[in-house]
Ligand binder design. Sequence first.
Ligand code: GDP
Length: 460
Amino acid sequence: MREDTIAAIGTPLGEGGIGIVRVSGPDAIRIAKKVFLPRKRQDWAEGPGYRLFYGYAVDPENGAVIDEVLLSFMRAPYSYTTEDVVEVNCHGGFLAVRKVLEALLRAGARLAEPGEFTQRAFLGGRIDLCQAEAVLDVIRAVTEEGLRVAQGQLQGHLSREIRTLREEAVALLAAVEAGIDFPDDVPGPAREEVIQDLRALRERGEALLANATAGAVYRDGVVTVLAGKANVGKSSLLNALAGRERAIVTALPGTTRDIVEDIVNVNGVPLRVLDTAGIREAVEEVERIGVARAREALATAQLVIVVLDAETGITGEDEAVFRASAERERIVVVNKVDRVAEPLPPEVIRPLAAEAPVVYLSALTGAGLDRLREAISEKVFGGRVLRPDEVLVSRVRHREALERFVGRIKTAEEGLSGGLPEDVASLDLRAAVAALGEITGETVTEDVVEGIFRDFCVGK
Ligand code: GDP
């Protein structure tokens, strides 16, 4: 249990029906008592909590009414943070919530750091580290698939998978080490058996890794650039793809995403179409290739959709776009097929982008759009079909730890097969166990934990 009591605004600032200020820590109730004046003169803090109390938030120094509020409290350990938690629902907007927060700070709470409520839930043992990370992923999810993956992780699906794997690795390690330490009393497992167990562990790690690409796609989206000359139909295509599901995400200072992008949901795959306006202009000028923005966009994109015009055919500008995107994963779209009897044959395109699938469509009529959607899924998932209940690894941090796990297990396996002594293998196995512990937070440094929560907003 932490010693100090923290407070922060839990809802976004701005005009809204309600705003919520949260307080957590051993003094939460004592502090709230100084600020909350119940309408009925009841001793609200004596009760069991988990109820709403109606009253006023008042200035702790002079008793002046700040706002009409509803207050609730949850007693440790049955709360979000596992500590005593008080929530004050006041009117939304800029001032009322701020003033309620200030009153609570004057009454003895400290302003919470970013992510500190969730960090306390982790330190209190209610959730593990990858569940804490999932909280942020739930908040930031932009597609249903992304939300489903994040919810699964929050509910502990990934944690359970990792924990079982870790327990089995620990059991194997214990058996191997007992054989080394007490060779006379405890005969270690036969070498062949250990190798087999290691292989089974490795394969389970590899199976999880196989889903990491899909997990990352659902969580982070696919950074995509629509490239092509002016008037080829890039905005029309974006709108057609997006339908009603288009979301424009703008700069939020202090978050990791500080560029403007359109998020378009294509068969559950969130395409993050970068800074469409800016890059579009720049890509159009790709011929005068001094345009740094276009180069950069094309260089960082995970997917480039090169849009051609069926009517004009391939021009010098198109060739420049092909050259500038040569290193990227790409799909070629021949747009405006409704305007011509015979659109560009694939033979004309192949010399410019031999590897890329070619899709004929009309952004205007919608004909052929489904084929583009399929081509995108195919590119992103490589034809892999996911079961709906599949546990997905979605964070780079988790993927890297799993890769280390698999790598160390493999080294142990190879060492034993090659005749190295058991104690060498046991060192690798020990490192493999530690790598898994990093995911759930059992074996993780303070810095890593701090880094994870720094990504959160204040109040979460
Ligand atoms: P951008 O400059 O590449 O973004 O191109 P726009 O999306 O603004 O489209 C340029 C023009 O082409 C607009 O007048 C569109 O209505 C038209 N256009 C786009 N796609 C099609 C299509 O598939 N068929 C036809 N007939 N017109 C299209």
